[in-house]
Design a protein around this ligand. Sequence first.
Ligand code: F6P
Length: 320
Amino acid sequence: MKRIGVLTSGGDAPGMNAAIRAVVRGAIYNDMIPYGIKRGYEGLIDGDLYEMNASSVSDIMQRGGTILKTARSQRFMTEDGQKRAMGILKTFGIDGLVIIGGDGSMTGGLQLAKEGINIMGLPGTIDNDLAYTEYTIGFDTAVNTVLSALGNVRDTSSSHERTTVIEVMGRHCGDIAIYAGLTGGAEIILTPEREVDVDAICRKMIQGRNRGRLHNIIMKAEGVDISTEDLVTQIQDRTGMETKPVVLGYIQRGGSPTAKDRMLASRMGYRAVELLRDGTRCQAIGIRGAEIINMDIETALKLERRTNEELLALADILSI
Ligand code: F6P
């Protein structure tokens, strides 16, 4: 029987457990033996893996994080680490590997693909920063978590007639800020893809104040090239309006996945199993429109992400 491995790597994301469940149960259904690899590539190097069965993934769908644990492995970046990882896969007779993680994790997998392992990449990251897929697993949950936080911040911001700068995650990608900012009615959205114009921000705030708007929510992605602290100081100095920072941090990475993320993870996980079963080589799994798609993983990772200009423009219009 074919043996396949599954691991989660990089930052955890809500929905990773649903993806693991789909891979494990999908593999069993298709007469394959699934192995769970702990702590991503770290566990692979250390041989920290175990055979999974249908019950290994019971009651995990609703849980945030990843039951397999995760890591950002420095050792796997070395030739020695890659050799060891390859050795473990050979020893256990595993020739297919499902990698649930971001672009760094998938890129790491290419080293194993060169040695003959059939790798499948599932986009597991809250950042939504992979060009080949419209959505990544965990993004929707993170956006909803930010949205809920934004609502709370708005209550107090409005009561005290203050401006609040909410910093959200996303690394170099502004999607969490755009989606949560647009749906939460933020007055200003700042993303790494667009240059920050502090004068324009202050102008908008002052014009708003002259019309009677006494509080503002500024949604700022972490990748923007001005620190939240500096931004708050500059705004306060120029407008004289009290401004506070809120850095949401890891709150965004945890929590029970939304139905959308669970569905995405289940569909993508099962697609990965089907591709391994059929012997299709080295694919990245994604979604476009309502369709689950797969494409050559190397090609997928080379695609360049475009800023969501349309949503940013809409957010600007709706927050006049
Ligand atoms: O990639 C997911 C992410 O949460 C990013 O948004 C953030 O920049 C980074 O991981 C934080 O990484 P760490 O868990 O290593 O602090």
